[in-house]
Each structure stands twice: as C-alpha cells, then as structure tokens.
Design a protein around this ligand. Sequence first.
Ligand SMILES: [Zn+2]
Ligand SMILES: [Zn+2]
Length: 186
Amino acid sequence: MYWSMAVEQRLYLLFLRPAVRDVAGRAWEMYLTSRHHRCAVTQPTGDMMIKGSCLCGGIRFEIDAVRSLTHCHCSNCRKLSGAAFASYVHVDADKFRLLSGEDLIEQFESAPGSFRAFCRVCSSTAPGKAAYLTTVSIPAGLLDDDPGVRPKLHVFTGSKAPWWEITDGLPQHEKWVPGFAPKPQS
Ligand SMILES: [Zn+2]
Ligand SMILES: [Zn+2]
C-alpha cells in the first residue's frame, strides 16, 4: 500500500499537477486574452473612458484618449473663461462622443469664421471643433475624470495678462503653435 501511494504521489507530482497547472494556465490566459480583446475592440464599459460635462450637466460627453493639453493666453480665451488663461484638451474627432446636450450648444462668432461653443443653460464653454482642425477642443475644466496627460505648452503668450507670470518650464509660443494656425479661407 505504501508503495502504491508513493507511486501515486510521484505520478501526481510528475504528471497530474503540471497538467492541471498547464490547463488552468491556458484557461486563464484565454480568459485574459478575451477580456483584453473585448476591451480593445468595443470599449463601451471600460474604465479608460474620460467623461466630461458642463456646469448644469445638460451637455455630457466622453473621450477615448486625449492627444494633448494646452494653455491659451489669447484675449478671447481670457475673456471667455474669465481666467488668466484657458486650458484645453485636444482630442481626435473620432475619439470624442457627445452623449447629450447637442440642442443646448450655442455658438458665438468671436472672430470672423471662429466660433465659440457654450451651453445656453449654464453658459459653460462647450467642446468645439474648428473646421480646419481634425481635433475637437474641449475646455479642460469640463472634465470629470483625469485626462491622463499633463499640460504640454502655452500659446499666445504675446497676449498674456500682465498680472500673470508663467512660472513652469513648458514651451511658450508667442502666437500659434507652428502648423496649427487657421488656413486662410479661399
Ligand atoms: Zn450647461
Ligand atoms: Zn485662445
């Protein structure tokens, strides 16, 4: 009996256990792969989604990924935000989804051909897309989640408020970031 138990135990150790471990390991791998795959393909319920909303909550949107976060010091942005500068996240148009409030978004033409979107209920600035850009510009203050990026640069520092000093080491552009100026209308 002792002999057979010892053999059985040895068999178990040599064959059964690794086999079980292999099967379990493969099943776990398959589970992880399917989970990852589901996440990567559809992304509807993932925690990776970045959500945002206006002050009244009427305008709600979600973002898959933020391209960059910038601070604009131009006088239009300063007046619009009422702050020293306005911060925006820039998102590829196909990674932005408006969930509600399309009927609440009004446009103000701040310069010929340049429109500023805002909520007609609470007056929050709203996401907007310039015709010449492939990205949507979203006031960063609307975000309810961490965008996962940090400020990248300052633009229009030539129009900066005299009472504000830029103390971080980020790149500063007097006007447009080269290559991002509006194309002249033909
Ligand atoms: Zn609102
Ligand atoms: Zn600006």
